[in-house]
Write a protein that binds this ligand. Sequence first.
Ligand code: FES
Length: 80
Amino acid sequence: MELLRDYKVGIEGVCGGSCDCATCHVVVAADWAARLPEPRSDEIDALDTLPLIEPNSRLSCQIIWSDDLDGLTLTLAEAA
Ligand code: FES
């Protein structure tokens, strides 16, 4: 989320990454989804507050960047 926010691509990240606002919603490309750690229950709960999610929806603030994610493909979700 912080990387996306720094690049000013349209991620708000209102709660600063505390998994509370879901304004960092992204949809991870299918070939990458299984390579990420499973979402925790609080991430799932926050995603469930959104009007529209997809199977590969994630909160970008919960994706901890590492070199293993180099090339990660995702799409910014539509604003609610
Ligand atoms: S920045 Fe608020 S849930 Fe991700």
